[in-house]
Design a protein around this ligand. Structure first.
Ligand SMILES: O=C(O)CCC(=O)C(=O)O
Ligand SMILES: [Fe+2]
Length: 223
């Protein structure tokens, strides 16, 4: 098969996913998709995350710079930022960069940059209900999570639970199992969410599209 023949199906497959994400965001502020990225990329990312988790992950914290704290009672995951130095990392960043361009064209979001990290939740680890947009900074616009766990069963737990902002009593919450290739994308300031404990190791990528909040003499840091 020629390179051109190989590219065409992948391209249209990706466009279908991008279109679905844009439509869902417009209608309900979030989008959940199984098989959202090409399967071989999802598998390569899963393998890469597992191999790296022993040596290159560090305990995740809460807040930025001087406000940064580590608190296992809030979140128990370990993370590793993705810089694109690996081939799979770069392919992931390309997929997200193309999505960023598409969403800017379709929804006029003015997304300016993207940051993401692998995450590993050991058995029993969780992340308490939270919002991803830092108070007062208002620069994380969209949150994106991609799951990297093959053969995940409902009995393994580890669901992401998304809460619509209006409901204080947790009705209408949406649960997502962290199955290989499933992604969730949502408006960072509007959906409180939490990660429930799992009985097995849980791998994922969490990322954020940001707007540029640089102003005079103060450059917006990438994270
Ligand atoms: O892994 C997930 O399902 C969500 C992770 C999350 O909420 C975060 O890293 O902010
Ligand atoms: Fe989050």
């Amino acid at each position: 098969m020629s390179i051109a023949e190989k590219l065409v199906p992948e391209q249209s497959y990706t466009n279908v996913t991008y279109r679905k994400i844009a439509d869902d965001l417009r209608q309900q502020g979030y989008s959940i998709n199984q098989h959202s990225i090409p399967f071989d990329l999802a598998q390569s990312l899963a393998l890469y995350a597992q191999q790296m988790s022993n040596k290159q992950f560090h305990k995740a914290g809460i807040g930025r710079e001087s406000n940064f704290t580590q608190n296992k009672a809030v979140r128990g995951d370990e993370i590793c930022w993705i810089s694109g130095e690996s081939f799979v990392g770069q392919q992931w960043l390309d997929w997200c960069g193309n999505l960023q361009r598409y969403l800017n064209q379709q929804l006029f979001l003015g997304l300016f940059s993207f940051e993401s990290h692998f995450a590993h939740y050991p058995p029993g680890a969780f992340y308490h209900k939270h919002l991803d947009a830092f108070k007062g900074e208002k620069n994380r616009v969209l949150s994106l999570v991609l799951y990297l766990n093959e053969d995940w069963l409902a009995s393994d737990g580890g669901e992401l639970v998304l809460y619509p902002e209006e409901s204080s009593d947790n009705t209408n919450a949406t649960s997502v199992l962290p199955m290989l290739g499933t992604s969730v994308i949502f408006l960072s300031e509007e959906f409180p969410h939490e990660v429930l404990p799992a009985t097995r190791d849980r791998f994922s990528i969490a990322g954020w599209f940001r707007i540029n909040t640089s102003h005079e003499n103060c450059v917006d840091p990438p994270r």
